[in-house]
Write a protein that binds this ligand. Structure first.
Ligand code: ADP
Ligand code: MG
Length: 237
């Protein structure tokens, strides 16, 4: 994938000024840990895409994000990097339990982003699990789900653990990510999602990304985001 041309407004802060990282094009210029930089370099990621350049200056300083950019624009790294950095800065360790939940509407997409998380995050040493249902044995999952730092999951499977897994604990959650947020609402997950969100701590960072910024995503934003940064990256035609 070639980085998109520099058309989109990037890194503007709420007061209209620009973040000191707003002009950055390369991951190496961002204020992120060496471990994350090494992961990015090994995966051969060098130049940020538009959605990454627009969102990372905000997400890396802890703001909530509602980001819209078309499929293939690099949204996965736009949340994987702040997730890794949030837990890194909090010195998250094996004893700290679930620090991040990343939700995806389909098993396949969850599996794909899990691979990106594993490869870019491999030097950080956090434990991560893919909880997606299907043929995977839920009882085996229940044994170790509380020891995982990052959960990559579909809403249904996450809710199943919330309902069934003894002592399932997300009370220390630092970051919630909804990938393909519009689809998570679209395909009838709305009730699951509300049930999930009602069980999560309110003091957290929330990152929402999708291909389109639909009204329903904004409804969701009203439910769970704090003063979010709305970032739409669209190509001019
Ligand atoms: P989206 O979620 O927006 O559809 P993805 O995160 O799946 O997009 O990324 C699409 C493709 O672009 C993937 O193959 C990914 O490896 C690649 N990609 C993402 N960011 C970059 C980047 N900064 N430089 C080069 N390739 C990238
Ligand atoms: Mg994606």
């Amino acid at each position: 994938l070639e980085p998109l041309p520099h058309k989109a407004p990037v890194g503007r802060l709420p007061d209209g000024s620009f973040s000191r990282y707003a002009g950055c094009d390369r991951f190496s210029q961002l204020p992120v840990s060496k471990k994350t930089k090494d992961g990015l370099t090994q995966c051969k990621y060098k130049t940020m895409t538009d959605i990454q350049r627009a969102s990372l200056p905000h997400s890396l300083c802890g703001r909530d994000i509602l980001g819209a950019a078309k499929t293939g624009s690099g949204k996965t790294l736009a949340f994987v990097i702040p997730v890794l950095e949030k837990l890194y800065k909090a010195r998250w360790g094996p004893e700290d339990g679930v620090g991040c939940i990343i939700m995806s509407p389909t098993r396949e997409l969850a599996g794909q982003l899990f691979e990106v998380l594993k490869s870019v995050g491999k030097h950080q040493g956090f434990s991560a699990g893919l909880l997606i249902g299907g043929r995977k044995d839920v009882d085996a999952e229940k044994e170790h789900v509380n020891g995982l730092n990052i959960l990559v999951c579909t809403p249904g499977r996450l809710l199943q653990h919330m309902d069934e897994t003894p002592n399932f604990d997300c009370s220390q959650l630092q970051v919630l990510v909804l990938d393909e947020a519009d689809r998570i609402l679209d395909v009838g997950f709305k009730r699951d999602l509300n049930a999930i969100i009602s069980q999560l701590p309110k003091h957290r960072q929330t990152l929402l990304f999708s291909a389109t910024q639909t009204k329903s995503v904004q409804d969701l934003a009203r439910l769970s985001l704090k003063d979010p940064e709305y970032l739409g990256v669209h190509e001019e035609s």
